[in-house]
Design a protein around this ligand. Structure first.
Ligand code: ZN
Length: 136
């Protein structure tokens, strides 16, 4: 397992892209909207890990709710796993609260599942697995 990316909730994606361009001194890798989550994302490559900026596309977005409650900032840490279904099973067996027991399509061609922050010392943990060509 390595850190695939750190997700940062931002109010204004374009503004945040400009900020992180300056910090990292490189262009944004790609932007992508995840309609089902009502978020627009922007990725920056930083070594083997990435920074994922997350902006709400709608006031009902989970990112908007997060910002309303906590303000902008780190939203989640994502770990890349080889077999997400197996990891969900293993962690559920360890007593972790899995927010979606079925992995769902996320940004960056991944299948994702989230672990509730209450079990993780306050950090929302994302598990992600790169989707192979023959998977939905
Ligand atoms: Zn993420």
């Amino acid at each position: 397992m390595h850190i695939d990316h750190i997700g940062i909730a931002v109010k204004d994606l374009q503004q945040a892209i400009d900020t992180y361009k300056k910090i990292l001194n490189r262009p944004c890798l790609k932007t992508e909207t995840v309609e089902s989550e009502k978020v627009e994302t922007a990725f920056f490559q930083t070594g083997e890990s990435k920074v994922e900026l997350l902006g709400p596309t709608d006031s009902s977005s989970v990112i908007q709710k997060f910002i309303d409650k906590k303000g902008e900032g780190i939203h989640h840490v994502a770990f890349e796993v080889e077999d997400i279904k197996q990891e969900i099973k293993r962690l559920a067996g360890e007593g972790f609260t899995i927010l979606n027991e079925q992995p769902k399509p996320g940004a960056d061609n991944k299948l994702v599942a989230f672990l509730h922050p209450k079990d993780n010392h306050g950090v929302l943990v994302e598990l992600c697995q790169t989707r192979s060509a023959n998977e939905g």
